[in-house]
Design a binder for this molecule. Structure first.
Ligand code: ADP
Ligand code: MG
Length: 400
């Protein structure tokens, strides 16, 4: 993979940098600026090298048209604070005003264009539409640096087509993330445990079949647990469940058993009356979720303390741990214990630990842990998982 150095001197060159500034926002306030911080290494390096920087990113999932709640303006402000240097916000992505700003840049200047996904072409399934959009993004630029690790698994205009139009290379963040993923896949130190949770169940089930061939232990928490428990014949009341994945999950369980890979499921679950901070809740055995006092309407929102302790024990005995997906609805304090215990176990072990996923990273920070307590906190959940699945990532392939 080509990295920045291959682009030669960038002094006075206009360089487009695809960063991933897709930070969580609550009422316009950034609740976790980890992705902004992670983008600064490359930005500082290019600024110091005298480049004129044009940053591009998406934020959230607007529907292909401008939507003020997904504006990158607050992100430009936060980045300027963190950098201690001005970051000019350009309120459009492509167009005459954006072009005028870009042609007026001096060495070391930084601008951030408005949300790429205010244009439907960015994520279009039609390659011609994406190419046309990428060409407009490339107007006036000399080079392209791809540093949005969270999107390198996407075949999108600002990730894939743009890299083909301009001289291009990976930035420092993408290079660093890739190094970590290689450490997780090429001869990882054993025992190797993977902890999976979160809410995007079907997204994450895919990675399991690949991991079963590579890891020693798979610990399962979060929303996907209930599809596993159901596959084992237990009723899960109104918890998250993907009926259409039950056969797949049964196959995974059989496959793991044949290979001698341990799949560890929770033995107790925190079941709530409803989804909310004021919900009543109780901890019940994982095979008796429907016997909680909330009956068939109960919702499993966290792994129980007994399960969390068992997970922590496995983590303590592992030399390599990859974790993606909170163990429960950590945003609500009553359902954050499982996630907290697992995070604590990762920080306590002397093994190499990697946390991947936007919400997982936000969770460990929200629970008061700091980045340097982990081996690595990845900025890309989906990208990491697809890499671990053995898939080729379009945004990396294009830089080869
Ligand atoms: P990541 O961004 O780290 O990949 P996901 O996006 O898959 O993680 O999932 C994060 C979300 O999963 C969190 O908002 C959390 O509230 C939710 N979650 C975790 N456990 C459960 C559960 N048992 N039921 C519903 N949602 C859950
Ligand atoms: Mg997420």
């Amino acid at each position: 993979m080509r990295i920045i150095d291959t682009l030669g001197s960038l002094r006075a060159k206009t360089v487009i940098v695809r960063v991933d500034l897709n930070v969580p926002l609550s009422d316009g306030v950034i609740t976790d600026d980890g992705r902004i911080r992670a983008s600064l290494t490359t930005i500082r390096e290019l600024k110091d090298a005298g480049a004129k920087l044009v940053l591009i990113s998406h934020l959230g999932r607007p529907k292909g048209e401008p939507d003020p709640q997904y504006s990158l303006r607050p992100v430009a402000e936060r980045m300027a604070e963190l950098l201690g240097a001005p970051v000019e916000f350009v309120p459009e992505t492509i167009g005459d005003a954006a072009s005028a700003v870009i042609s007026g840049l001096s060495e070391g200047d930084i601008v951030l264009r408005e949300n790429l996904r205010f244009n439907a072409a960015e994520t279009s399934k039609n390659p011609d539409e994406r190419l046309a959009f990428a060409q407009r993004l490339a107007t006036g630029a000399d080079a392209f640096v791809s540093d949005g690790f969270g999107v390198v698994h996407r075949q999108q205009a600002s990730v894939f087509e743009l890299a083909q139009i301009l001289p291009s290379a990976a930035g420092r963040l993408v290079a660093a993330e890739l190094e970590v993923l290689q450490r997780l896949t090429v001869d990882p130190a054993r025992p190797y445990a993977v902890v999976l949770g979160g809410s995007k169940v079907s997204d994450k089930l895919g990675v399991i079949s690949h991991l079963i061939e590579r890891v020693d232990t798979l610990l399962i928490g979060g929303g996907m647990v209930f599809t596993f428990l159901k596959a084992q014949g237990h009723a899960v009341a109104s918890s998250l469940l993907e009926e259409d994945q039950l056969d797949t999950v049964r196959r995974y369980l059989a496959d793991a058993e044949r290979r001698g890979v341990q799949i560890v499921l929770p033995t107790d679950i925190v079941v709530a009356e409803k989804f909310g901070a004021d919900a009543a809740f109780e901890t019940v055995p994982a095979d008796a979720i429907e016997s909680s006092r909330f009956g068939a309407s109960g919702l499993g929102l966290d792994i129980g303390p007994q399960s969390a302790a068992a997970f922590a024990q496995v983590i303590a005995e592992s030399k390599t741990v990859f974790w993606n997906g909170p163990m429960g609805v950590f945003e609500i304090d009553a359902f954050a214990s499982g996630t907290r215990t697992v995070a604590q176990a990762l920080t306590d072990t002397s093994g190499f630990t990697v946390v991947g996923g936007g919400d997982s990273a936000a969770a460990v920070r929200a629970l008061g842990f700091s980045d340097d307590q982990f081996g690595h906190i990845s900025t890309g959940g989906g990208a990491s998982l697809e890499y671990l699945e053995g898939k080729t990532l379009p945004g990396l392939e294009v830089l080869a």
